[in-house]
Ligand binder design. Structure first.
Ligand SMILES: [Zn+2]
Length: 339
């Protein structure tokens, strides 16, 4: 560390949990942020300010005005230009700390590109908006021995859990399978900006501890927080399940592409999303989507019109999204409105 670095990070170095040794480790570290929305943009900014040497940001979406109230890294000019979030993040982070190398990847993380996109990362922060990607990250993390920090935020409520492979419970020890049915999302239930920053702060604190080389003292609890009621609960740390499909039996179906990828429907400018059987109560989903626009449902299908697209959801969880042939856009719409 040179004199300017010592000066720049002096208040962080004074903190005994980090110290000079921890700061050196941060300067050499490579963290990946998957999903650069409300959680991910906070992760990226905090890691960059803390002096993490390399940050990889993976996000498939573009900045919209509806993001600005909670996505700390973006401003009106990013939304006016409809910049990809990964590109807008690179631009903004360069202003915050020009010594950090930031890779902005405008990509949809899948089993086929995860090895390439996350290559070299020592740690993964979860800023995603869907369970499919979280289970993929968990399989990758456990099979490669790379820690990741799970985080989720919606409305005033959020939770977080660090996963250190071989040492703590993994996501599938606690939740063996993704939840069934439609889930509340920021697009259907709303979200407060402080929910996201509270959850993201806890995630970054765990990340700094791991990257500083102090994972032994990390207590991998599940923390749930409600910023509106002020309630904070901690459980655990959860026990590892010796029969866990991922860290117990070494089965990695999300990584091995055993699920069905979204498929372009030939000649129709439409994509079918059908990743896993997932029974959905269409009437319940209709109630959730009604405040957002025209939605119709019967026992066979639900139809919703998020401009300029048309989304048809079936009771088995399958959906057809018309108006795009881009599977990343289709997955993003599915995550936003079905969860
Ligand atoms: Zn496990």
């Amino acid at each position: 560390m040179d004199r300017s670095e010592r000066e720049r990070y002096s208040r962080q170095i004074l903190f005994p949990g980090i110290g000079e040794k921890g700061q050196e480790a941060l300067l050499r570290a490579h963290a990946a942020v998957v999903g650069c929305g409300a959680l991910g943009s906070f992760h990226a900014a905090a890691l960059c300010r803390a002096g993490v040497g390399i940050i990889t940001i993976i996000d498939r979406d573009f900045v919209e005005y509806g993001n600005l109230h909670r996505q700390w890294l973006f401003d009106e000019s990013d939304a006016a230009e409809a910049l990809p979030k990964a590109a807008a993040a690179v631009r903004q982070l360069a202003r915050i700390n020009s010594s950090t190398r930031v890779h902005g990847l405008v990509e949809d993380l899948t089993s086929s590109n995860i090895d390439e996109l996350l290559e070299g990362a020592n740690l993964i922060l979860d800023g995603t908006d869907n369970f499919e990607t979280r289970y993929l990250i968990n399989d990758y993390s456990v099979s490669r021995g790379i820690p990741w920090i799970y985080g989720a935020a919606v409305a005033s409520y959020g939770l977080t859990m660090p996963v250190i492979p071989g040492r703590t419970a993994c996501l599938r020890c606690v939740y063996p399978d993704p939840p069934s049915g439609a889930q509340p999302t920021c697009d259907t239930a709303g979200v407060l900006n402080v929910t996201a920053s509270a959850v993201a702060s806890l995630q970054v604190a765990a990340a700094l501890k791991i990257l500083c080389g102090d994972p032994d003292n990390l207590c991998a609890r599940i923390t749930t927080i409600d910023v509106w009621t002020g309630g904070i609960r901690q459980a655990g740390p959860p026990p590892r399940d010796p029969d866990c499909p991922a860290c117990g039996r070494g089965e990695f179906p999300y990584l091995e592409n055993l699920r069905r990828e979204p498929a372009r429907l030939c000649g129709r400018n439409a994509v079918q999303v059908n990743e896993r059987p997932r029974p959905i109560d269409l009437q319940e989903l209709k109630t959730r989507l009604e405040p957002l626009g025209d939605v119709r449902a019967n026992e066979f299908a639900l139809r919703f019109f998020p401009t300029p697209y048309e989304m048809t959801v079936f009771p088995d969880g399958r959906a057809i999204i018309k108006g795009t042939s881009d599977t990343g856009v289709a997955r993003s719409l599915y995550a936003r409105y079905v969860g």
